[in-house]
Design a protein around this ligand. Structure first.
Ligand code: GLC
Length: 446
């Protein structure tokens, strides 16, 4: 009886959890397909903060510069060397399948010519033009999916609650009309973006400042779904998103979420900061990317263009090097699914969508030219080097006919086939992967 009572008590909690959990319908998984297969996206933080090279929005919010001086940067935002077609080509060359650009960050500066207020690239900056539209067009021309980053908070807008860390203009309960003005303004902007660009993905940010009811998340979502019922939402919507967005922290354990994307800077800044030279090397960026692939997620790698519209040379170089690696390893990247437990291979792995090909990512040259794979019950049809085609020899040890233990596989990798970043081996199996998950071989007969 006690047990039943306990279970009954659990019911409301469980159903509540169900109602806030992600939709699990066939159509939901269908809409998420392109995203799941894409693996690589390029994030772009571009705004007036690139003029002084200071942190995007946070620099005035945290009092490192006055709001007035921060806004003045707009006079230096000229975008005189901006070449949106080149941006899109470079993104394509990197191997990314989508890009997410800051249409408006927390500072409220809009890259497009919004009819809601004047604080935008066309009306308030030296660029004197809409800089968003040509980039969106270039993305589409290059067959890349379009993602729009949009900050829910707007710290410059007079009717928004928060201005800086120390200045809160008002509380919603005291001035509901003011809050309503703000909602009309930001929903007006969202409708403009929806109508002009019909994005494939919305990347919201800053949801921590208010709850879902205050933001009117449900209303916003239905507005944005009007034009495109398959549009994807990131998670920063107070629990109403479609996928998780860990930031900077490369997951150590495999995330439980089916859909996730790690957003990551190339140095330590989202926007352009001339002082920040702490760049990851192409190898390190590819390390992060391979880890995301093997854990079944995407990497959204950030660039921060300069105020003149050029992409810093270090960032350009990373994109190009990444492109060399992705172009050689397409089959082992796009459309793959998370790999196998590390008990079987001491490194990152992934599976083809149908689970009949196991990809092994080999970062360093094995000392004796051999790598080890364990507990694969399938028959191995062939092993080859992805992007190179060389067939590789393998030996099986510790395998006896009288039990099911599949043995230990040694694969020889000649030095001549080693890639400068990651060598990828494709293990072609006789069917769906069948992992042997026992402690050891049972003594079935002897
Ligand atoms: C954070 C920051 C922001 C940055 C974003 C990228 O939430 O507020 O500056 O744009 O993360 O993920």
């Amino acid at each position: 009886m006690k047990k039943i009572l306990f279970l009954l008590l659990l019911v409301p909690i469980y159903s509540q959890a169900q109602s806030i959990s992600k939709p699990d319908s066939i159509s939901f998984h269908k809409k998420m397909q392109w995203f799941k297969d894409a693996k690589l996206g390029i994030f772009i933080h571009w705004g007036i903060y690139a003029v002084n090279g200071i942190s995007e929005s946070w620099s005035f919010y945290n009092g490192h510069i006055s709001h007035e001086d921060y806004i003045e940067q707009a006079e230096g935002f000229k975008a005189e060397n901006y070449d949106p077609d080149y941006w899109a080509k470079l993104i394509k060359e990197s191997g990314a399948k989508y890009s997410v650009i800051t249409s408006k960050h927390h500072d409220g500066f809009a890259l497009w010519n919004t009819r809601q207020g004047d604080f935008n690239a066309a009306k308030a900056s030296a660029a004197k033009r809409d800089v968003l539209t040509p980039f969106i067009n270039a993305l589409r021309n290059n067959n890349l999916k379009v993602g729009l980053y949009y900050s829910l908070p707007d710290w410059s807008y007079a009717d928004y609650t928060h201005h800086t860390r120390n200045v809160e203009r008002y509380k919603i309960e005291n001035e509901p009309k003011r809050w309503n003005n703000f909602l009309n303004y930001s929903q007006g902007q969202l409708k403009e973006l929806r109508n002009s660009y019909n994005p494939d993905l919305w990347w919201f940010d800053g949801d921590w400042e208010h709850n879902a009811k205050e933001w009117e998340i449900t209303k916003i979502k239905s507005l944005l779904l009007e034009n495109n019922p398959n549009v994807i939402f990131n998670s920063r919507l107070q629990g109403h998103g479609d996928y998780e967005t860990p930031e900077i922290g490369l997951p150590v354990l495999r995330p439980k979420a089916e859909y996730w994307e790690l957003c990551m800077t190339m140095n330590d800044s989202w926007g352009y900061q001339h002082n920040d030279k702490n760049y990851k090397t192409p190898q390190q960026v590819i390390d992060i990317f391979v880890d995301c692939i093997s854990k079944g997620g995407n990497l959204l790698l950030d660039i921060g263009p300069k105020a003149d519209g050029t992409i810093p040379v270090e960032q350009e170089n990373i994109l190009k090097e990444l492109g060399k690696w992705t172009s050689r390893h397409k089959n082992a990247i796009y459309g793959t699914r998370k790999g196998i437990p590390y008990d079987h291979f001491y490194g990152p792995t992934a599976l083809s969508k149908d689970s009949t090909i196991l990809y092994l990512y080999v970062r360093d040259k094995p000392a004796d030219g051999q790598i080890i794979l364990k507990g694969i019950s399938n028959k191995i049809n062939r092993i080859f080097v992805v992007g190179n085609g060389t067939l590789l020899e393998h030996q099986v040890f510790c395998h006896v006919y009288w039990n099911k233990y599949p043995g230990v596989i040694y694969i020889n990798i000649p030095e001549s086939v080693m890639d400068e970043y990651y060598t990828v081996l494709a293990i072609m199996l006789d069917g769906k992967i069948d992992l042997y998950r026992e402690y050891t071989g049972a003594l079935e007969s002897n």
